[in-house]
Every structure is written in structure tokens, then in C-alpha cells.
Design a protein around this ligand. Sequence first.
Ligand code: NAD
Length: 355
Amino acid sequence: MNTYKLAVIEGDGIGPEIIQSAIRVLEKVAPQRFGYEKLIVGGVSLDRHGVPITDEAMQACMDSDSVLLGAVGGPQWDNLPGHLRAERALLGIRKELQLFANLRPARLFSMLKAASPLRQDIAERGFDMLILRELTGGIYYGERGRKTDAQGNTIAFDTETYNQTEVDRIARIAFEMARQRRGKVCSVDKANVLESSRLWRERVHIVARDFPDVELSDMLVDNAAMQLVRNPAQFDVLVMANMFGDILSDEASQLTGSIGLLPSASLGEDKRGMYEPIHGSAPDLAGKNLANPLATILSLAMMLKYSFDLPEEAQRIEQAVENTLLKGHRTADIHDNDTQPLGTREMTDKVLQEL
Ligand code: NAD
């Protein structure tokens, strides 16, 4: 039997507590299949080593089969210069591991509909979508600068650039993901205005020829922002450029009603990825056994599915989380007045019982 090598980053704030929950779940669904190397990254690394990630920790990530991350950062490190910000460590890992595809599933659990800000009849229909954001190209990485015109006006510019290879590889992932889901891809762009979007659309349609079993549609980004609140149930996989994905994935996550439930994955060309909840280190909850562990547990399920070809184990975890919620167990962030909220450890115990 394979033993996989996992780089585990607890990070800061609630990181150690939620990672502990995920490891307990992993040991239950795949006992002794994984070896762990715990790495000091983020604020803890700044305190100990003066940098957010050491070369040794980065190398350990490179040598691993995947990275599981809690969260990094906190107020005590927030005012450091950019290159010493705790989050800089994550940008470094994404870059070194060439993780160009960011996957953010957003699903409205039927028993948590009341927590969604959506109108009741729209929330009633539910939704289950996967937002795929290109992560290493586009306007965040294009040429930028400032200049002064003849009248002395200051001009600032940022450039949205995509090449066909960058579009093809993210499109391919979108179609492959759709095959594992409901077989639909919606490609989001601004092709009525932007040349980079016109190339994006052309290339997505060329890649689509290899996936005749997947239904492809195009949508302008302004319409997509509207459709997310009007009729989110229509979406299966949405694929888009870096900045559009940055904005729309936050919009979609809010529609689910809770930040403590949403997992994410960052993937590259090979199987290796980085898996983390979408929330931050929640310093206000740190060390109090109050954090919701489900986003991290669901990130673990994504890891088993996408990086280790263990879809049955992933499915067991997702089902256990759903059953736990169906039975009315809640952490403080999602509880209503009828239920007694559970702590991080106790919520994890409930998930383990369902497994
Ligand atoms: P945050 O996500 O940490 O917290 C926002 C709110 O959500 C807080 O009220 C928090 O208590 C709550 N929350 C977050 N996770 C929760 C959970 N699992 N269960 C219950 N409630 C939860 O965002 P923030 O306060 O803006 O940032 C705090 C720190 O985290 C900052 O230093 C920020 O830079 C860092 N951060 C790190 C990452 C990352 O590691 N990927 C992402 C975002 C923010």
C-alpha cells in the first residue's frame, strides 16, 4: 500500500485546532496511508526565524505529495512590510509548486438555507457549484506602472495578459472537473470589450472539442455576477480569469451563509496541490475551541479526491459532514437559537461518529 507524504502547515490563530480535526478524520478514513511533516510557516515562522517561510520549509513542500494548510497571519504581523507578511508564504508556495488553478466549491447545504442572504425562494432551490479561478496569470501579474502625460496628469496602468497555454490548461481542468460533476462548464469573460477575453473564449471553445460530452456556455462577467444572486442553481463549473475569479468566488461563498464551511484547493499540472479552508486564522477564536472545523475537513476530502485518487474516502467524508449537519449539530458560527453550539473538538467527534 502507498504511503503518501503530506506537508502539514498549521499556521496561526485557529490553524492548529482545525488541522488537528482534519488529521483525526484522515486517520479514520485512510489509516496509516499518510506520513506527515509538520512545517512552521506564517506568523510562527516570522517569530522564530524572521521570515514567513524558510527555504527548508519551502523545500519540504516541494518534496511532498501535497500541502494541507490551516491558515496564516494575525494582527501582530499585519503591519510588517509586504515581503514579510505571513500570507507571502502562501504566494511563495503557489508559485514554487506552480499551482495555477484555484478550485472553490460553493454549495448551499439544504439544512442551512436560512443562513444564506439569498431570497427565500431562490435559496429553496439550493445550489452546488465549483468556481475555477486562474491563479497565476492575468492582470495581477501583468505589466503595471505610472507615468505622467504632457499636461502633468499622473496615469496608472495595469495590464491583463493571457497566452493560449495559460487558457488551455485551466480550461482543460474545468472540463475534467465537469465530467466528475454534472457535465456543465460556464466560461466567464468580458469578450464584448477585452481582447484578452476574446482569446480566452476562442481557446476555451477549442479545448471543448476534446470534451464533447460536456456542455459549454459563455457568460459575460457582469451578467455572471447578477446570475449568481438571481439563479445560482443553473451553475455547475464556472471557469474564469484571475481577477474575475477573485471577485465572483467571494460573492458565491457569501451566498452559502458561512465562511466556516468552505474548502478550497490549488492545483497545478501534476497531481500535487495545496488544500485549505477559504477563511483566515480567526484570531478572535484562537485557542478557544470555537472554530468550525468543517471547511478544513472538506478541504481534506478535496485532497483525497483530486491529489490521491481516493474518491470513495472523499465521498465518505462529505457524507459524514452532511449527516452531522442534518442531525442538527452546529458550531457557534452556524447555530441558531434552538441548538447548543458545539466546540471544534466536539464537532469533529460528531463527524468521526458518522464515518
Ligand atoms: P478570517 O477569515 O480569519 O475571519 C473573519 C470572520 O470569520 C471572523 O469573525 C472569524 O471569527 C470568522 N471565522 C473565520 N473562520 C472561522 C471558522 N472556521 N469558524 C468560525 N468562524 C470563523 O478573516 P480576517 O479576520 O480578515 O483575517 C484574520 C487573519 O487571517 C489576518 O491576519 C488575515 O491576513 C489572515 N488570513 C489568512 C488567510 C489564509 O491563511 N489563507 C486567508 C484570509 C485571511
